[in-house]
Each structure stands twice: as structure tokens, then as C-alpha cells.
Design a protein. Structure first.
Lengths: 289, 308
């Protein structure tokens, strides 16, 4: 955007670069510390310091975090909870994205009386603090027999994720000319034909945004996990918190850091592979309408 | 002949009408599940919590009406007071720091930096992490005996002492540090997107008039990004009011209850201390706080749209 014609601005260019690189280091150092600590021996952690490389690299912390570490009373590591998170995240992401796609299609191309009001209700739902629904949801899940189950968590994540996915798709489809849909309707194409033949083929980017956004949100969720799940059905974030904050025994920071890395890896991988869609989701989620 | 021609036409018409009717209902049918889910999951539950906040419910819901008792209790509750003050400190500092860091990084990145893509990726990656992961890492870094303090001692600064994490006066600031580390990149991304939308002709004109670059940013470009400021503040305030994970991971509200936030207060009272009525009242106040922010925001948004 800026037109540069400054040859006399060299020192300021250097300063800008210095600040940017310094900032990059500040953002990277915690990840670096987490990584090297996870490969240290407990002995190394006590004698060395945060930034010192391991004197002896070991994956002991990782294997212990994965299969032996104690999360509360049980000591089977976090692998079970890691798979719990997958079992919860995958269906919740798919269902909420599909619902969002159809909702967005209706709310942009098949408006009916009251559909704008409905959209407003959904939009408002994005802002409600979840604390205000926790108690009734807990009671309802209990009545439905879904308390402390992965299916219960899937339901919860669909209910509170669908507002966001609808928003994504609605805003994406609004930009597609109505004339396209009208022409297809004149040619006799129906509701689903238009969706599958015309809109779906051009929806790949917004599907990516929705899938990645929902994956990150649901994988990283802690509140619903800690409130609606207990014991064997807990997601990884809750298990990690239990592991780190159990006060029994000697603290093994290498195990803590390895567990944190394991919990962070899926979303980090997604971010590195498809960061562009993640950023688009972030900005779409914040600049609404 | 006429008869024969008519009949098939009429037969064909009935299903068409049926299909037409279906077509008209189909959109509503498709959004119906969401309508039900959101209607119950958000709106009915919100009212339900509101009802609970007027009852004396403890471990189980009891539907007796006690008026504003729970709200009065909340106002007298030291812990709630601490949580509210903490939210003010945490929210204020968190939003301010994120805005300053985010805006500076965005403006600097906008100066045709060759490695912009890589830097942007680095600034934003914490946003992809769970707050529990962030909390775990920062808890370790700020560990009073083995963390930052030991590092500084090893590097020769032997008088350095850093015990904020276990100091009840300072612990809330450790949460601010971790939260800013996580979310400031997001503000950068928002503003960078905003800066890319500014018409470069304005800047060229200002340069011709002899304005310096910092001056142009301060008095022309940043004021034009006011909508971005608003949405950034909205989102950050929203994160602050809901923030729960980070506190649970770093201090669990401690030492004592010095780092309690309303979200932590609500969770503890509703789910571990069996004071459902009080928990509901606190949740309703959180909703009130969000509404106080949201309504003016939406109002100005909608009015702005109408003007266009």
C-alpha cells in the first residue's frame, strides 16, 4: 500500500526489521521452550535452565505423557483422551459445517418472511457467553442420557458451532449473484439441484474455512469438556489440565510439555498446512455482515 | 381428441403443484433443525438460567422464587468483587496491549517487508493453540524456581526475582502476559487486512504535501480504520469476558481466589460448590455485560449500513 520513495529512511528500515524480528522471537520462544523441555530428562530440567538445550535428548517425556502419565486417578497417559478428542471433533465439525452450508444457502438465496430475524438470532448467538447456558445444558444432557458421553459433547458443539458456520456460508453466498439462482429456477431447477449443481462447486474455499475454524475451536475447547464430560469421555484439553495441575508426586515438566505438544500438534499442523483459511475464518468471524 | 389431450396435462399438474408447495416449504424445513437447536440451546436455556437465578437452587435446581436474593448475595460476595475487579484489570490491559502490539506489528509489516508471509504466520500461530496449552507453557516459563528466574540467574543477573505466578497481588498480570501472547497476532491480522484496504492515493497525496510517514499513519490512516478498532475491541472484550481456560490452566483462580474471573466464579459455584442459584446470577450478569457492549456496537453497525 505504501509508496516508498525514501532513500533517506535506512535507519528506520533497520529499526522496523529489528522490531519485527524481535517480535517473531517472542512469539516463537515459548514453542521452543516447550519443545526442548519435552526432550529433557528430569535431572536436566533441574540443573539446566529454560533456554539450555538438553544435554541428553530423550523421548522419555513423550512416551510417558502418551501412555503412562497420571491424569487425576488414572495413569494411562493421555492417548485415550487424544482419541476422545478426535471422536468428538470429527463428527461435530462435519455436522455443523453441513448444517451451516444449508442454512447459509437458505438465508441468502431462499429468504422467507422471518429469515432475517432468524439470522439475527443466530448472530446474537455467536456473542452469548456460554456460562449462561451451561446449567440447563447439563440438566438436559442428563435427561437425554447423554451426560458424560462423547455423543453429548458432539451435540453441544454442533448447537454452539452452527451459528458460526451459518454466518460463514451466508456471507459467502450473499456475494454470489441472485441472477444465477433465478435463471436456474426459471429453467426448472429445484432447491437441491441449484445447491448441488451451482453453489456447491464454487464453495470449496468457504468449506475449508468452516472446517478448519470448527476443527480448531472444537479441538481446543475446554469449557464444555470440563463441564459436560468426566472420566473416560474427557477430551484432551481437560486431560492435559488434569495432568499438569495434579499435585501428587514430583512434577515432571518434560512430561507436561510433551503432553502440551501432543495436545497442540493437530491444530498446529492444520494451521501450518492451511493457515490461509484459518486467517480468513478469524477475520470473517470478527468482521460480521 | 380434446379429452385425451387434457387428461395427461391435468395429471401432470397435480404433482407440479405438490412439488411447488414442497419447494416453498423446503427452505424452512432445511433450517428447522437449526432453528430448534438454537432456539432451545441458546434462547430457552438463557431464560432457564435467568429463572434459576431467582431461586435458591443449590446442588439441584429448586423452583422457589426468592426474588433478587442471589444477586444481592453476589454483590456482597468478596470473591465476586475480586473476580469483577480482575476482569477490569485483565480485560483492560489485555485489550490495550493487544491493540498496541497488533497495530504496531501491522503497520511495520505493511512497509513492504520481504519475509512478510513468514512473519505473519509466526505472529498468528498462538491463536491456533488451545488456551490450556498456552497456559501450561507460560506456567512453566514463569515457574518461580525453575523458570525465568533461574534463566536470568544462569545468565548472570543474580538479583533477578520473578514470583508473580504465586504472588496474589501480581498473579493476574501473568494471565495478561499469556493472553496477550496468544491473541495479539490476531489483532495484527485484522489491522493488516484493514491497511491493505486503504487507498494508496491518499498516502501519496499526503507525502507530496510533505507529511512524514508516522504522521500520515497517526492522523490519516489509523482514524480511517475505526471500524477495525471497533471489531477488534469487540472480539477481544468477548474473549476477556469468557476467558476461563487460561486461568484454569495457569492458576486455577489462585493463589487463594486472587485470579478469579467471573467465568471461573460461575464454574466453581455452579459445578463444584453446589450454589447453582448464585452461579446462575453470576452468569446473567456476564450476559448483561456482553449486552452492554454488544447493543451499542450492533446499533452503530446497523445504522452505518443504512447510511450506505
Amino acid at each position: 500500500m505504501t509508496e516508498r520513495s525514501h532513500s533517506g529512511l535506512r535507519p528506520s528500515r533497520i529499526a522496523i526489521h529489528a522490531v519485527l524480528i524481535l517480535a517473531a522471537l517472542v512469539y516463537l520462544i515459548p514453542l521452543f521452550i516447550m519443545l526442548i523441555t519435552s526432550f529433557k530428562t528430569p535431572m536436566d530440567i533441574r540443573t539446566g535452565n529454560l533456554m539450555a538445550l538438553p544435554s541428553e535428548w530423550t523421548t522419555l517425556g513423550w512416551s510417558k505423557a502418551w501412555s503412562e502419565a497420571c491424569t487425576g486417578v488414572q495413569c494411562d497417559g493421555i492417548r485415550g483422551y487424544f482419541w476422545n478428542s478426535f471422536k468428538m471433533t470429527v463428527p461435530a465439525v462435519l455436522i455443523s459445517t453441513l448444517l451451516g452450508a444449508f442454512n447459509g444457502y437458505v438465508l441468502s438465496k431462499w429468504k422467507f418472511r422471518g429469515s432475517d430475524l432468524f439470522f439475527g438470532m443466530l448472530l446474537f448467538g455467536c456473542f452469548v457467553p456460554f456460562q449462561v447456558v451451561l446449567l440447563p445444558m447439563a440438566a438436559t444432557l442428563g435427561k437425554l442420557g447423554l451426560a458424560n458421553t462423547t455423543s453429548g459433547l458432539v451435540l453441544v458443539h454442533v448447537v454452539y458451532g452452527v451459528a458460526f458456520t451459518t454466518l460463514f456460508f451466508r456471507n459467502y453466498y450473499v456475494a454470489i449473484p441472485d441472477a444465477l439462482v433465478k435463471a436456474a429456477r426459471l429453467d426448472g431447477a429445484g432447491f437441491f439441484t441449484i445447491f448441488f449443481r451451482i453453489l456447491l462447486p464454487m464453495s470449496t474455499p468457504i468449506f475449508m474455512v468452516s472446517l478448519i475454524w470448527q476443527f480448531t475451536q472444537i479441538w481446543n475447547d475446554f469449557l464444555f469438556g470440563v463441564v459436560f464430560a468426566s472420566g473416560d469421555s474427557q477430551p484432551i484439553t481437560v486431560a492435559l489440565n488434569n495432568l499438569v495441575n495434579t499435585s501428587t508426586g514430583v512434577k515432571e515438566y518434560n512430561v507436561d510439555m510433551a503432553a502440551a505438544m501432543i495436545a497442540a500438534l493437530p491444530t498446529l499442523v492444520v494451521y501450518i498446512v492451511a493457515g490461509k483459511y484459518f486467517i480468513r475464518g478469524l477475520t470473517a468471524g470478527s468482521i460480521k455482515g | 381428441m380434446e379429452h385425451i389431450q387434457h387428461t395427461p396435462a391435468r395429471v401432470a399438474k397435480a404433482p407440479t403443484r405438490l412439488l411447488d408447495g414442497l419447494q416453498r416449504w423446503l427452505p424452512k424445513l432445511v433450517v428447522a433443525p437449526t432453528f430448534v437447536l438454537v432456539g432451545i440451546g441458546i434462547y430457552a436455556f438463557m431464560i432457564w438460567t435467568g429463572v434459576l437465578s431467582f431461586t435458591s437452587s443449590s446442588f439441584l435446581p429448586v423452583y422457589d422464587f426468592v426474588g433478587f436474593d442471589q444477586y444481592a448475595k453476589l454483590m456482597d460476595n468478596d470473591r465476586w468483587l475480586t473476580a469483577s475487579v480482575n476482569l477490569g484489570i485483565f480485560g483492560g490491559l489485555f485489550i490495550l496491549c493487544c491493540l498496541v502490539i497488533g497495530v504496531v506489528l501491522a503497520i511495520f509489516l505493511d512497509q513492504k517487508i520481504r519475509q512478510e508471509g513468514a512473519l505473519r504466520t509466526i505472529y498468528l500461530y498462538p491463536m491456533a493453540l488451545s488456551m490450556i496449552v498456552t497456559g501450561t507453557v507460560w506456567k512453566w516459563i514463569l515457574n518461580p524456581s525453575l523458570g525465568l528466574e533461574k534463566l536470568m540467574h544462569d545468565w548472570g543477573w543474580s538479583s533477578f526475582s520473578f514470583d508473580w505466578l504465586v504472588n496474589s497481588d501480581m498473579a493476574i498480570y501473568t494471565i495478561v502476559i499469556a493472553a496477550v501472547w496468544q491473541a495479539s497476532g490476531f489483532v495484527m491480522a485484522l489491522f493488516l487486512a484493514g491497511l491493505r484496504g486503504v487507498d494508496s492515493a491518499i498516502i501519496r497525496a499526503a507525502r507530496v504535501d510533505g507529511a512524514s510517514l508516522p504522521r500520515i499513519y497517526w492522523s490519516i490512516i489509523l482514524p480511517s480504520l475505526r471500524p477495525v478498532f471497533f471489531s477488534a475491541v469487540m472480539v477481544l472484550a468477548h474473549i476477556a469476558i469468557k476467558s476461563f481456560d487460561l486461568v484454569m490452566a495457569m492458576t486455577a483462580g489462585g493463589p487463594g481466589y486472587s485470579t478469579d474471573l467471573p467465568a471461573v466464579f460461575m464454574y466453581t459455584h455452579s459445578f463444584t460448590r453446589g450454589q447453582m442459584g448464585l452461579g446462575s446470577a453470576s452468569a446473567m450478569l456476564m450476559l448483561g455485560a456482553i449486552l452492554a457492549l454488544l447493543v451499542p456496537y450492533l446499533y452503530s453497525e446497523l445504522r452505518g449500513k443504512r447510511h450506505d
